[in-house]
Design a protein. Structure first.
Ligand code: HEM
Length: 417
């Protein structure tokens, strides 16, 4: 095991290569933000010839595959890939970028069409290769291995959604619930499964020498994994709110909370050993963890029949999704990127984070308040769309301010300490 660890220990050039991959991911996050602003602008001041639907597809594909997938790739490359495997992974990264840039151009122009679907398929093929390679080279530490393997399985399982869209469209079922459910299937197993389990695999990796934390994470695994499978029922609620669907939602949300409690206690117990360098990364990683617990609590609340209208409201759904993307996953990635010196530092980091924070907080407030106001007969916000546009612009400015500048400089954190 020690020999394997030594092989996987990052050299400065390995760290710099991972930093460059992270910088590419950051470029796609900027593109995601630009598409987000365009979406809000399209509602406030529609531009002729620009299709909201096409931009939405471009936004979500760039966000998932350009930002999150690439950032995970950079971290997987840094932490899990040993020196014998590095070359194929670099080529795989190049292949994936060709697919992602293709999607970035094709989706705004044609939405779902021949070119965009070809690039998506090209990415899927690369993702399968990535999953198989990483599976074979999975780390020895049991807690890391189970979370990493589960993350890869969820990533592959999510792909069944987009694959089903073609046959459903051919069967003229674009307006049927099955079509939307296939999209939700993809989203659900991506953000609840792939995203979260990969981040927990990284956490387990960093804490692998803390026996108590590793044991707690292993004990939490069945609860968290069952929670992912069962909470897909939340996406079915808008099709049928039959009692069995509610029962699955409640069981899933409770399982996830139990997993959080078991894993969280073990991780908290070794907080003195975390050794996160710097207050900003520590604050970002703590925010991500707290936001994840709050997300599981929101899921339990959404499973209460009394809150049905609130849970299925379009704004609540968009707010909930962006809570995970912008308050759980992205802060965790920014926190890790900052510890490695992959992002702007000093005043630019502070200013960027402030803009991001104000943008995210205002946008989340503006999305969650209207459904609550409707339910409680409270006054509505004036100029909501303009407010959302300004919030989106602040987030974009924040992301641009934090962008990596110059060459990625390896930092203080040791992966294999
Ligand atoms: C950077 C700032 C971001 C802004 C300003 C933004 C803005 C938006 C907007 C305006 C929509 C359309 C909402 C609607 O039609 O009502 C949207 C949808 C979406 N966004 Fe974002 N977003 C951002 C970041 C992200 C990130 C980081 C992710 C994922 C990692 C993401 C994933 C999605 C997805 C999947 C949808 C489609 C949801 C659906 O159709 O149900 N967004 N976003």
């Amino acid at each position: 095991m020690q020999e394997a660890e030594n092989r996987a220990a990052p050299s400065p050039s390995h760290d710099a290569a991972a930093g460059r991959m992270f910088a590419v991911a950051w470029g796609f996050l900027i593109a995601t933000g630009v598409f987000g602003v365009l979406l809000r602008l399209q509602v406030v001041a529609p531009m002729p010839g620009v299709s909201y639907g096409n931009i939405l597809h471009a936004h979500s594909h760039t966000a998932f595959l350009g930002w999150v997938f690439n950032a995970f790739f950079a971290l997987a490359y840094l932490v899990f890939v040993d020196e014998r495997e590095r070359k194929p992974f670099i080529w795989l990264f190049v292949w994936l970028q060709a697919a992602t840039v293709g999607m970035l151009v094709a989706y705004p122009l044609q939405g779902y069409g021949a070119a965009s679907l070809s690039f998506t398929t090209m990415h899927m093929a690369g993702a399968v290769f990535f999953a198989v390679r990483l599976w074979r080279r999975s780390p020895a530490a049991p807690a890391t291995r189970i979370y990493l393997r589960a993350a890869l399985i969820f990533m592959l399982v999510s792909g069944a959604g987009p694959i089903a869209l073609g046959p459903l469209a051919v069967m003229d079922l674009r307006d049927a619930p099955a079509y939307d459910l296939a999209i939700y299937w993809y989203l659900h197993f991506q953000y609840n499964g792939w995203f979260i389990f990969f981040l927990v695999a990284l956490l387990a990796h960093y804490l692998r020498h803390q026996a108590g934390a590793a044991r707690a994470l292993r004990r939490a695994f069945p609860y968290l994994a069952a929670g992912v499978a069962l909470t897909f029922a939340l996406s079915v609620l808008w099709v049928t709110n039959a009692p069995w669907v509610y029962a699955l939602c409640i069981a899933g949300a409770a399982a996830q909370l139990a997993g959080c409690a078991i894993g969280g206690r073990g991780v908290w117990a070794v907080r003195r050993e975390w050794g996160i360098p710097g207050t900003i990364p520590a604050a970002l990683l703590t925010t991500a963890a707290a936001a994840f617990i709050l997300k599981c609590t929101m899921q339990l609340a959404a499973a209460l029949p009394a809150l049905y209208n609130l849970a299925v409201h379009h704004y609540t759904v968009i707010g909930f999704l962006h809570w995970i993307f912008l308050v759980v996953v992205s802060p965790a990635l920014v926190g890790i990127g900052a510890t490695r010196g992959w992002l702007a530092a000093g005043r630019r980091l502070h200013a960027g984070l402030l803009l991001w924070l104000v943008g995210v907080a205002s946008s989340q407030f503006a999305l969650f308040y209207p459904p609550i106001a409707t339910n409680l007969a409270l006054p509505h916000l004036p100029n909501l769309m303009q407010f959302l546009l300004i919030a989106a612009a602040l987030m974009l400015l924040g992301i641009i301010a934090i962008a990596p500048v110059g060459s990625a400089a390896p930092h203080a954190v040791s992966d294999s300490a």
